[in-house]
Design a binder for this molecule. Structure first.
Ligand code: ATP
Length: 638
């Protein structure tokens, strides 16, 4: 495998199989092992790029499964296909495959802290009776997909037997990575962006005639950008990989464009603390302020044949939740509109009193299978963007144009379908009073967007061109944080029998780890505290996960698996010697912590890995410093 690091790199030398033979899973497992020993992003990218080059040179038809495994995915996110297995199931499969007792496995798991390592150790202590044919990457992916498809009665058993069939055939370090893939956590520090960059670079190296060495650095950079851009609008490796192999990377933007039926990750906003910060950031820029409605983000796709799909903030199919939206949406479009993709916020609405209802009311609606005639909570759609119209992709258009087309193509119906209320004023007082109007209309605040320049739609990006201003947070840190409880402290006094406080963490997607950020014991009603304690008690683990970072002095009583996300408000952020959020980013050997955190609510729409990231924590800390400074200056001048 050292061949993967040799310079100049010869793709064929790294292969230990013949051309056109299926790529062994062992190759993938060893590549992951190599990557896990590295911490630098550039080296990781280089190793993965060389692995992809090896596959392209020998067995190009296996590039797709190898890419899928590297991205730790089995299907595009919007297909909603999941393996649907937990640690308990994997432990059973391991026991079956390696002839061990479940208890033995559990206690070894305590000692090693990682089920993948237990799997590896189990294989190495077991004598092999039969020699199974070697696993291939294609076979592993295919089996994962079959596991995901199992449903109904006996499905857990069938899933386990498929897992077992893979485990008994695994050798060397294969069991370790099989198990981690099954847990959907490779934990080698490989972020999705790295996989995309490595794939783009491998495609450049494979170009014929070869790119000259003087052109290479520029070409690699350009290719990475093309790949990221393409994937953000069409996150489907089945479409991307074949084009790379036949036509090369330059063809991607033309062939793999945004299309109806494939949601893009929504564009997101950065938090701000006040109107003056907005004017500061957007000076010399034309911008618009819109009401920030407190409901649920929805991307509505309308196909030429009249079909409708609704996708969530996580680009997941959410159509079953909104039969009222799917049945009514065509009634708001003008006759000349044949297909569209619209970005909007769906809010709960009381038609009697003509009032927007709080977010919590909407969240009482079932997530799928809602029947039109059973609907009690009515909704109102607030449209604020148009991404596609009559076969034309609008992502690259400026917001001013997209909004014009939105206004031209649809007709408002009060109480059912409206455009987000907006103003284009630049005056501080007017924005301030617009903000007050928004609050009086049951909105959370404003979203302020660039209009004419740097105003394209940036899928799946927290953009500098969209700023959010939440009234509630103006006296705190500008935004709430979405954090994951990873541990707790036993309650005392009035709180005996429940947890008294919890340890919360943010998530670092690059390092794939949860970093502690604060203890929290405020903001809970008795009922909520009991409910959370009861739920989390089911997820207690004996030792903290190896991917938890926390100060040893915290002396947590129990640890949990990362299973839920809580929205938390705090007074401010400070540099901490104990907590590990964004560890070392601002000061060596120190992290960031929250002061006076209080619980707001559960975020049922977010997965733990979508918690506030450590980069966002750094941004909030920096913004707070700037704001402190500007308030101080204002104070000084008065
Ligand atoms: P984020 O989506 O930024 O991670 P979040 O899910 O906690 O954070 P908020 O901080 O409340 O959401 O703010 C962003 C959300 O506001 C958007 O994702 C969207 O659902 C909602 N929203 C409401 N009105 C608008 C609007 N006019 N333009 C854009 N988004 C809006």
């Amino acid at each position: 495998m050292d061949a993967l690091r040799s310079k100049p790199f010869d793709p064929r030398k790294a292969a230990f199989w013949e051309d056109k033979e299926p790529v062994p899973f062992l190759f993938f497992a060893r590549v992951m092992d190599m990557i896990s020993n590295e911490s630098g992003r550039l080296v990781m990218t280089e190793i993965l790029c060389n692995a992809f080059r090896t596959v392209i040179a020998t067995t190009p038809q296996d590039l797709l499964p190898v890419v899928y495994l590297s991205a730790n995915k089995i299907a595009p996110a919007h297909d909603g296909i999941e393996l649907g297995i937990g640690d308990a199931s994997i432990i059973k499969a391991l026991a079956d495959a390696f002839g061990r007792k479940e208890d033995q496995i559990k206690s070894q798991m305590k000692a090693l802290g990682d089920l993948g390592l237990v799997a590896k150790a189990s294989r190495s202590t077991q004598r092999l009776m039969f020699k199974h044919p070697p696993l291939t990457c294609a076979k592993v992916l295919e089996t994962f997909r079959s596991i995901a498809k199992e449903s109904g009665k006996d499905s857990q058993e069938k899933k386990r037997s498929r897992m077992k069939s893979l485990l008994v055939a695994a050798t060397d370090c294969e069991p370790q990575y099989l198990v981690r893939l099954l847990q959907a956590k490779l934990r080698v520090g490989l972020a999705e962006a790295t996989v995309l960059v490595a794939l783009a670079q491998a495609a450049v190296y494979a170009e014929q005639p070869p790119v000259s060495s003087s052109m290479l650095p520029g070409r690699l950079e350009e290719a990475a950008e093309i790949m990221k851009q393409t994937y953000s609008v069409l996150p489907i490796f089945e479409k991307i990989v074949p084009i790379l192999l036949t036509d090369g990377i330059s063809k991607l933007p033309e062939v793999c464009a945004f299309t109806v039926g494939v949601p893009v990750g929504p564009m997101l906003a950065k938090p701000t603390k006040g109107v003056s910060e907005i004017l500061d950031k957007f000076q010399n820029t034309v911008f618009t302020c819109e009401y920030k409605y407190d409901g649920e983000r929805a991307q509505i796709h309308y196909f030429e044949d009249g079909r409708v799909e609704v996708y969530s903030r996580n680009a997941e199919r959410n159509t079953g939740k909104f039969p009222d939206v799917t049945s009514s949406i065509s009634g708001y479009k003008k006759p000349e509109v044949s297909s569209f993709v619209m970005d909007c916020e769906i809010v709960a609405y009381d038609k009697e009193s003509n009032k927007i209802l709080p977010f919590q009311v909407l969240s009482t609606r079932a997530r799928k299978g809602v029947i039109l005639s059973d609907i009690k909570v009515k909704v109102l759609i607030f449209a604020f963007d148009l991404l596609y119209l009559n076969g034309r992709v609008l992502l690259q258009e400026q917001l001013v144009r997209r909004r014009e087309l939105l206004y031209q193509s649809f007709i408002e119906k009060p109480g059912e379908f409206q455009f987000a209320t907006a103003t284009n004023t630049k005056e501080l007082e007017e924005i301030q009073s617009f903000l007050n109007d928004a609050i009086n209309h049951s909105c959370e605040g404003l979203i302020v967007k660039t209009l004419e320049k740097d105003a394209t739609y940036e899928p799946a990006k927290r953009s500098n061109n969209w700023l959010k201003l939440k009234k509630d947070y103006m006296d705190t840190i500008g935004d709430s944080l979405d954090l994951v409880p990873i541990g707790a402290f036993h309650g005392r006094g009035k709180r005996v029998g429940v947890y008294g406080a919890f340890l919360l963490a943010c998530y670092d997607p690059d390092k794939e780890e949860y970093q502690s950020i604060c203890k929290i014991g405020t903001g809970f009603t008795e009922a909520v505290l009991e409910e959370r304690s009861n739920t989390l008690r089911k997820h207690v683990i004996d030792t903290p996960r190896p991917y938890y970072r926390y100060g040893e002095t915290l002396a947590v009583d129990v640890w949990f698996d990362p299973v839920e996300v809580w929205e938390v408000k705090a007074a401010d952020l400070s540099i901490s010697p104990v907590h590990k959020a964004a560890y070392g980013e601002l000061e060596t050997s120190k992290g960031i912590s929250l002061r006076f955190p209080r619980l707001l609510r559960m975020r049922e729409d977010k997965k733990p890995e979508q918690a506030t990231s450590s980069d966002q924590v750094v941004d909030l800390y920096r913004a707070q410093k700037i704001n402190h400074r500007s308030t101080k200056n204002e104070d000084d001048s008065s």
